[in-house]
Design a binder for this molecule. Structure first.
Ligand code: ATP
Length: 351
């Protein structure tokens, strides 16, 4: 699979502040790739460097093998969709979508045909003659997408394009975006701080924190096998317990759990000493006997799930998620329960 964008040790300074520290990633052709991280982690800065709105302070960005440092933004085969999608208010929907094609010198008939095809793709053919003010927020965002896709860029950069939409619409748009990416074969680089959004759409995700890449992988890889505490905590929910490592080698470790039980688990870190163990709440069950014991403090009803907030004997909070079915036995607050871990529930992390 060929590389669309090769980010090599990119550094970005704003005055004395470093927004990107030696960031490297190879984004593949036809990939839906997501930059995920909390506010301020540098994801927009990286996107702007790829688009050419910012210059890098160090390192290189190659687009299909070509160094783009000296290539002006409008000569890069890249287009961007922003959170504020700013359609031209005095132009019809069709003319908005055709605008980029006009700029490229495409003739009227072909422009209209291509823009019409794009509107079909985003299910807005019936709205071609409307003005943007006559559309809902979600429809306007789909026009902005069609406008960005119409000139057929090789790469589409999307900076939190769904964050202005309400939850239902956002969920529907996630599926639509993924379908659009597959239909067009364009490489999408999507920026978000919303982990659920990232997990649903992406072929691969780069998790970022404080200007550094923490981990790159598929949704499953970063959820099931987080490298470090930041990733385990940021992606989904987890219990982090400090444990003593007894032995560790070859990606496995034996650790001592609070309460003294020993557990063998997968390990991202195999150095001796005290480290953090991540245990996913949905990979636990209440059993007659188990390696952990918790006192139930609260049962939270979440519809499809029940969340059990417990405390371990050493006082550490510990959460379980039980599927809400007719058979689920719900313990009373104040009771003490034994907890069993499913295979693969626990992973020893790098701090
Ligand atoms: P958000 O989700 O809030 O947009 P982000 O992860 O996209 O956050 P960036 O916008 O890339 O983060 O910002 C990274 C860091 O660089 C932040 O600390 C920010 O304050 C800083 N920064 C961004 N742009 C500039 C600028 N033009 N001048 C100075 N500092 C900047």
């Amino acid at each position: 699979m060929s590389t669309a964008i090769d980010v090599r040790s990119v550094v970005k300074h704003y005055g004395t502040m470093t927004a990107l520290h030696q960031v490297s990633m190879a984004i593949r052709d036809n990939e839906f790739f997501t930059l995920l991280g909390p506010s301020g982690c540098g994801k927009t800065t990286l996107l702007r460097c790829i688009a050419g709105f910012e210059s890098v302070s160090g390192g290189d960005i190659l687009l299909y093998g070509r160094d783009i440092a000296t290539l002006e933004p409008n000569y890069r085969p890249v287009n961007t969709v922003f959170q504020q999608y700013a359609l031209f208010p005095h132009m019809s929907v069709l003319d908005n979508v055709a605008f980029g094609l006009k700029m490229k010198g495409v003739g009227l008939a072909e422009r209209r045909a291509r823009a019409g095809k794009m509107l079909e793709m985003v299910h807005l053919s019936a709205f071609a003659d409307r003005m943007p003010s006559q559309l809902s927020g979600g429809q306007q965002q789909r026009v902005a997408l069609a406008r960005a896709l119409a000139p057929e860029p090789k790469v589409l950069l999307l900076d939190e394009p769904l964050s202005a939409l309400d939850l239902k619409l956002r969920q529907a748009m996630r599926v639509e975006l993924k379908t659009l990416q597959e239909q067009t074969g364009i490489t999408f680089i999507f920026v978000t701080h919303d982990q659920e959004e990232a997990l649903t759409m992406s072929d691969r995700i780069a998790v970022m924190s404080q200007g550094r890449v923490q981990q790159i992988g598929t949704a499953r890889e970063i959820y099931e096998a987080p490298n470090n505490r930041f990733v385990a905590d940021f992606i989904g929910e987890t219990n982090l317990l400090e444990v003593e490592v007894v032995t560790a080698s070859g990606g496995m470790a034996e650790v001592v759990l609070p309460g003294g039980h020993r557990l063998r688990c997968a390990a991202a870190d195999t150095t001796p000493g005290r480290h953090h163990l991540s245990i996913r709440p949905e990979r636990l069950s209440i059993a007659a006997e188990g390696p952990l014991t918790g006192t139930v403090e609260r049962v939270v009803y979440l519809g499809t799930d029940l969340q059990l907030l417990t405390r371990l004997p050493d006082g550490a909070p510990f959460t379980l998620r039980l599927q809400n079915s007719a058979r689920t036995q719900v313990p009373e607050p104040g009771s003490t329960v034994s907890l069993q871990l499913e295979d693969g529930a626990a992973r020893l992390l790098v701090d």
